[in-house]
Design a binder for this molecule. Structure first.
Ligand SMILES: Nc1ncnc2c1ncn2[C@@H]1O[C@H](COP(=O)(O)OP(=O)(O)OP(=O)(O)O)[C@@H](O)[C@H]1O
Length: 578
């Protein structure tokens, strides 16, 4: 709520202007029944046609002013609400960018999407329409009530006895509707997530013949939302006729009792017509009262959900006292590092030392903790125990920007943005053409990029649709090499990147990488990818079980030797049989 005050303050002038226009316009509205009264009583009944042009002119003036005021009211209201939603959305998105991996491990994308879109839309709707509408209806009710009392307080008291009934029905309707609205909104998130996951994973769906299952899943979610919509329609059907019934009774009561007053010559016909005009002005705000309260409640609920996201702690730039590092050389030291995501340790007592320009290779079964080690180097997670040093400085003392700028990371999961090949390589940096070309050549991607319909300017589809696995992989390697070439990265991390490449391409890239003076951490399953490393560590269940150079590990005749035998044995066998 405190946060909301900031956005309201920024846009207060728009809201005040909108409220001013609304109140001014509705004050003018109050004249209309009065003019009708004068037309009936003075012009028609007294046959005084001289007065008519003046009254019609006055009515026209009111109508015209109403149009102008209505325009400005809408304009200021929309501008204020839209700017408020815009500022909130930008701040929320910026905040999300600062949250750690651990946050994204917990939350699902569909839920975040609905915070960014639907919840902010709720707030936008309340401020861009609802609040001014609420104030407008409140004023209609108050002013019209005062006028009604001044015309005939006895009749007004009788009519007003019906108002609580309308209010009660409106309240009941919105209470039931509110519950169902919440369910519809949650179900909407589930429907979106199902559709989004199915479309993103359409290749898996098709190749495993899961279409029928996916259609069934979507059908089920869609059916639930349909049933909730029907339930909501039934609520409306239950309450609206009653509300109309009591509204009509209030009008019938006004006409009947007012008619008696007219017959008894205690009220003129014009006044009765004007009176019923004012009655409808008090009935509508009551009818809409429940809806307005519900809208405000939904806005508060959305604000609370968004506030929960804002309360998530961003990654800390530095945890201990900051150490300014101008240029990183690339020395990496792990000192007894242990880590767990939840309850179980996935890394236990890991220690190694990689000097600038050296290569460390990490091997191990899937799930043994290889990716976790490199995630810790970029401080995407914090170690539970132990210390990680870069150039002798605890990484918690280096600001995140410097640290991550110095790491060129090629992750296991390839991610390409729906943008041009060039942008996917540059990622917002200023990079000269010859640097891009060199990086493409070294990643063995130049030829295939040249063959793309528009070369570097070709737009690759969402997550690189339209490119082969190996082509996508080579673009992500190019991206990392560009970082090294422009001098911002001194450490290169390759997380199982060669798995999608053929042996020849892998060898070519390995040779090209030798020319880069970078500290390299290579995660791989193939002996061919790691054998030239200065040190190879073999992980098993988060622990280092073997370590040393290729030759040393072979001489141990342990696990590494077994892997070697398996891979090279097969390779030799294949060569022999071809
Ligand atoms: N974000 C996470 N939250 C919880 N547990 C995780 C998370 N990421 C990984 N793990 C668990 O930590 C362990 C180590 O995972 P990690 O990704 O480091 O293994 P890996 O050796 O890189 O595996 P692979 O060769 O399959 O890539 C696994 O048991 C995995 O299930």
């Amino acid at each position: 709520m405190k946060r909301l005050k900031k956005y309201i303050k920024h846009n207060l002038h728009f809201f005040i202007s909108a409220i001013f226009c609304a109140v001014f316009a509705l004050s003018l509205d109050m004249f209309n029944p009065k003019i009708v009264e004068m037309i009936i009583d003075r012009v028609i009944l007294k046959n005084n046609m001289d007065l008519l042009p003046r009254l019609l002119l006055f009515m026209a003036l009111i109508t015209f002013s109403r149009v102008v005021l209505g325009y400005f009211k809408e304009y200021f209201m929309d501008l204020g609400g839209s700017r408020l939603a815009y500022e909130l959305r930008v701040d929320l998105f910026e905040h999300l960018q600062k949250l750690p991996f651990s946050f994204f491990d917990r939350i699902n994308t569909g839920e975040l999407m609905s915070r960014i879109k639907e919840d902010i839309d709720n707030i936008w709707f309340t401020f861009g329409f609802g609040l001014v509408f609420f104030i407008e209806q409140l004023f209609y009710f108050l002013i019209a009530s005062v006028i009604l009392f001044s015309i005939n307080w006895r009749l007004t008291l009788i009519v007003l006895t019906l108002v609580p009934f309308i209010g009660y029905i409106a309240y009941k309707l919105e209470r039931e509707n509110d519950e169902i609205y919440g369910e519809i909104s949650d179900q909407g998130v589930r429907l979106n997530t199902t559709a989004q996951e199915d479309i993103a994973g359409i290749r898996v769906v098709k190749s495993f013949g899961r279409e029928k299952y996916e259609i069934g899943k979507f059908f089920e979610e869609n059916r639930k939302i349909f049933e909730l919509n029907v339930k909501q329609a039934k609520i409306f059907a239950k309450y609206f006729p009653w509300m109309d019934f009591i509204t009509n009774i209030s009008i019938a009561l006004t006409i009947t009792l007012g008619g008696l007053w007219v017959i008894g010559e205690k009220m003129s016909i014009g006044t009765l017509v004007a009176y019923s005009g004012y009655v409808s002005m008090i009935v509508w705000p009551v009818r809409l009262g429940g809806w307005i309260v519900n809208m405000l409640a939904q806005c508060v609920a959305s604000l609370k959900k968004i506030e929960r996201l804002f309360r998530e702690k961003p990654e800390k730039e530095v945890i201990k006292e900051r150490v300014e590092i101008k240029e990183i050389r690339g020395e990496i030291i792990f000192k007894n590092v242990s880590f767990k995501y939840k309850d179980e340790y996935v890394l236990k007592n890991i220690s190694f030392h990689v000097k600038p320009g050296e290569t460390l290779a990490i091997m191990g079964l899937t799930g043994s903790g290889k990716t976790t080690i490199v995630n810790l180097i970029g401080r995407f997670y914090e170690p539970w125990e132990g210390e990680i040093l870069i150039d002798g400085v605890d990484i918690r003392k280096i600001d995140l920007k410097t640290l991550r700028e110095n790491i060129a990371y090629v992750p296991q999961d390839v991610f390409l943005f729906s943008d041009t090949v060039r942008e996917n390589i540059k990622l917002g940096k200023e990079v000269e053409e010859n640097v891009i070309k060199k990086a493409l050549r070294d990643a063995r991607a130049l030829q295939f990029v040249k063959n793309l319909p528009e070369g570097l300017e070709t737009i690759v589809g969402e997550r690189g649709l339209g490119l082969s696995g190996g082509q996508k992989q080579r673009l992500t390697i190019t991206r990392a090499l560009v970082r090294a070439l422009i001098g911002s990265a001194k450490i290169l991390i390759l997380d199982d990147v060669t798995s999608a490449l053929d042996m020849e391409t892998e060898l070519y890239i390995q040779k090209a990488l030798e020319k880069y003076h970078l500290t390299k951490i290579i995660i791989a399953h193939r002996v061919s990818s790691v054998k030239n490393a200065d040190e190879i560590i073999l992980l098993d269940n988060g622990e280092v079980v073997e370590r040393g150079t290729h030759e040393y590990l072979l001489s141990l005749k342990g696990r590494y030797y077994e892997i070697y035998q398996e891979q090279y044995g097969k390779y030799v066998f294949m060569e022999e049989t071809v």
